[in-house]
Design a binder for this molecule. Structure first.
Ligand code: GLN
Length: 282
């Protein structure tokens, strides 16, 4: 089979799951991964026959994709904020909105006098570790701690930290049931925020393959994490400290309301114009 025939085969096999443009993007990534050709080379040598071994590998990837498993899990990695992160079934696949959260956080932390140096940063719900690791990359002198309930997720975060040679503190804890100690300059989080009643709206490819605990609030209260973060911000966020949260777009005003003791907490929209973030300076 040639590269171009494989691409046609790929699009036809996955037309129920992916749009034309998603397929084009995905097949290019897969061919790059297996054959090693970049997208120009894939076009330049589109009539080149695939090696039998590569063809078999590519066809087995197609079969796996047909089960609905997200391609990031199949590849075992994803690109996020210009960095490569290992992902597996134990962590949420990092979303583009979280890149926006980090863009806001990096911009605001950079405005601080010491430009992040010596800052104590707390991340709640680390998953694959994208938030603390992107921050550590930008602010190498910050002291970053990250909490997660899932030991498996922490193992993945640890592998990502090692891969990028970045030093962050990973803490295994049930955030909702711990007493924080110490004071932080920055608190940041993208906690599970999908309410139980919204479960029905979530795609099968997400529900079936990503960890439930990373997606859904553990109780009927979709704001449970935000309430605890608000309590902790009162006592464990320094005055003038910064708070950055990703939130459920349907609960913007209610979530913001929990932070009315901040001098200027505000709701920010994502690129799709949904209420998606809270940014506050205490
Ligand atoms: N902080 C991680 C991320 O944004 C994990 C989030 C989560 O599991 N809810 O990808």
């Amino acid at each position: 089979m040639t590269i171009s025939t494989f691409k046609k085969h790929f699009k036809a096999e996955l037309s129920d799951l992916y749009t034309e443009s998603e397929s084009a993007f995905l097949v290019s990534i897969l061919v790059h991964k297996i054959v090693g050709f970049n997208s120009f080379e894939q076009r330049r040598f589109s009539e080149q026959e695939l090696l039998t071994d590569d063809e078999q590998k590519l066809c087995s990837l197609v079969s796996e994709l047909k089960t609905g498993r997200p391609y990031q899990q199949i590849l075992g990695e994803t690109e996020f904020y210009g960095m490569t992160f290992l992902v597996d079934e134990h962590v949420l696949i990092p979303r583009p909105e979280t890149e926006e959260l980090l863009e806001i956080a990096i911009r605001e932390i950079q405005k601080l006098e010491n430009n992040g140096s010596g800052l104590k940063i707390l991340d709640i719900g680390t998953g694959s570790g994208v938030i603390p690791l992107v921050l550590k990359k930008h602010f190498p002198n910050a002291e970053i701690s990250s909490i997660d309930f899932s030991e498996k997720a922490l193992e993945t975060a640890q592998r990502n930290a090692a891969y990028h040679q970045l030093d962050i503190q990973l803490i295994h804890a049930d955030y909702l049931n711990i007493q924080l100690t110490g004071e932080y300059d920055v608190i940041i989080s993208n906690p599970p925020y999908i309410g139980i009643e919204e479960e029905i709206e979530i795609e099968d490819s997400v529900k079936g393959f990503e960890p439930t605990m990373a997606l859904f609030s553990p109780t009927s209260d979709a704001l449970i994490f935000y309430r605890k973060i608000a309590e902790d911000s009162r006592e464990h966020l320094k005055n003038n400290g910064l708070l950055f949260l990703e939130i459920n777009q349907k609960l913007g005003p209610e979530t913001l309301d929990l932070y009315n003791f901040f001098s200027n907490a505000q709701l920010l929209k994502d690129l799709s114009e949904n209420d998606r973030f809270i940014y506050g300076r205490k």
